[in-house]
Ligand binder design. Structure first.
Ligand code: NDP
Length: 453
């Protein structure tokens, strides 16, 4: 670590205590950026790094709501408006009990680079609440979303800040929030993405993150003259990203043997077929049940409950070629990374944000496997959100094929940026450097152009 990076990190930690995920995300990026700063002293003198780690604005607010028993509940709402150098703030909302300021700042920080990589004009933001939609009735979720939007609507807008979904925020939640925004502002506008098809949504938006992560893996394999056909894949999570990751892997001839939720994971040696995936989609999106039920339905599967005492995740300890972490941050530690390598995995494409901790990343990079970090591999979701914004501005919906083609081309372009940037900075094959530097340069140059703001 250079002296500059060391100083930056110790100041960041002192100024932002108790935000380990934010520290981790910044550390990974600034390590890559030390290669850039050697060549570009102008970024140093304009204090681009010192500015880029400081959010432009942090909003934190009370979200009171009434539960079905008529009792008052109080949650905390957030929106981090991280960087608007290249476009309006853009990034998802997460509703999960673990949500806090540090987690949202890590996500907002990553989003800045990811959005830049998509080639679309979007700044970076992220938000959410410690509200847990699990176990809540639809009416409770609606009352919460309405209260959340009653405050958030003051700060967002189609040219200012355009939130989307993330963990715990899917079509249902976006619908309730959009309804409340429209009612309070009396305007029908593209202020949220991930909307329903009948009211301004884009085809392929639900599929985009998962499809994009698989397209990215396919591009990485192509560099070795290979395809996904016949490859065995481990997928974690069973939400939006995981489901469409499985769908695309199946379309490209791969075999998926795992899925999980926070309570445990299933291993299906025979593979998750289209019919089994339909069962998972119904289970998770309609019945809102647990992945354990998969093993009750299909006898070829074994269910293993999560053991909090384990220092590794057994899902990553099965024979496979590819891994698609698609649940949450830090779900792959150093031990998991080593288990993946020992089991033959040589392609990792991250559907989740920062699913691999710094030890794990180092192990993948040292081994030289095809490792696509989240900010590149999962950028398909926000890319199609950007395409939804374009369709809303035009007031014209595009066909499924048109959106999917654009998504595919964007993922190829991100892959190409990663590869060529990594080469330009003398670290060929290092997609982490490629993504961090490739995403940074555009934002940094825009910040230079726009003066000290
Ligand atoms: P969903 O809420 O649809 O699904 C999340 C899945 O991950 C669920 O299976 C959930 O299980 C599991 N999960 C969540 N938290 C934990 C935890 N602490 N431990 C173990 N499992 C957990 O979210 P998405 O699929 O949308 O998001 C998944 C990941 O992808 C996140 O990292 C998100 O930031 C990232 N991402 C999402 C994008 C999108 O377009 N949706 C875009 C880019 C990145 P359970 O139900 O038990 O909580």
């Amino acid at each position: 670590m250079s002296a500059f990076v060391q100083n930056l990190m110790s100041e960041l930690k002192a100024k932002n205590p108790a935000q380990p995920e934010f520290h981790q995300a910044v550390e990974e990026v600034v390590e890559s950026l030390s290669l850039v700063l050697e060549r570009h002293p102008e970024y140093r003198s304009a204090k681009i790094l010192e500015r880029i780690v400081e959010p432009e604005r942090v909003l934190m607010f009370r979200v009171p709501w009434l539960d079905d028993q008529g009792e008052v509940q109080v949650n905390r709402g957030f929106r981090i408006e991280m960087n608007s150098a290249i476009g309006p703030y853009k990034g998802g909302l997460r509703f999960h009990p673990s949500v806090n300021l540090g987690i949202l700042k890590f996500l907002a920080f990553e989003q800045v680079f990811k959005n830049s990589l998509t080639t679309l004009p979007m700044g970076g933001g992220k938000g959410g609440s410690d509200f847990d939609p699990k176990g809540k009735s639809d009416n409770e979720v609606m009352r919460f979303c309405q209260s959340f939007m009653t405050e958030l609507q003051r700060h967002i807008g189609p040219d200012t800040d355009v939130p989307a979904g993330d963990i715990g925020v899917g079509g249902r939640e976006i619908g309730f929030m959009f309804g409340q925004y429209k009612r309070l502002r009396n305007e029908f506008t593209g202020v949220l993405t991930g909307k329903g098809l009948n009211w301004g949504g884009s085809l392929i938006r639900p599929e985009a993150t998962g499809y994009g992560s698989v397209y990215f893996a396919a591009e990485m394999l192509k560099t070795r003259g290979e395809t996904l056909d016949g490859k065995t894949c481990l997928v974690s999570g069973s939400g939006n990203v995981a489901q469409y990751t499985v769908e695309k892997i199946l379309q490209l001839g791969g075999k998926v043997v795992t899925l999980s939720d926070s309570a445990g994971y299933i291993y299906d040696e025979e593979g998750i077929t289209r019919e089994k995936l339909d069962f998972v989609m119904e289970l998770k999106n309609l019945r809102r049940g647990r992945i354990k039920e998969y093993a009750e339905e299909f006898k070829s599967a074994v269910y293993t409950p999560t053991d909090a005492n384990n220092d590794f995740n057994p899902l990553w300890n099965h024979k496979a070629d590819c891994a698609f972490p698609s649940a949450t941050q830090n779900e792959v530690n150093g031990k998991d990374a080593q288990n993946l390598l020992n089991n033959g995995v040589y392609v990792v494409s991250e559907g989740a944000n920062m699913p691999t901790n710094l030890d794990g990343v180092k192990i993948f990079l040292d081994k030289g496997i095809l490792y696509g970090p989240g900010k590149a591999a999962n950028a398909g979701g926000v890319a199609v959100s950007g395409l939804e914004m374009s369709q809303n501005s035009q007031r014209l919906p595009w066909t499924r094929e048109e959106v999917d083609n654009r998504l595919h081309n964007i993922m190829k372009s991100i892959h190409n940026t990663c590869v060529t940037t990594a080469e330009r900075f003398n670290t060929p094959g290092n997609y982490v450097n490629g993504a961090n530097i490739g995403g940074f340069l555009k934002v940094a140059d825009a910040m230079l152009d726009q003066g000290v703001v």
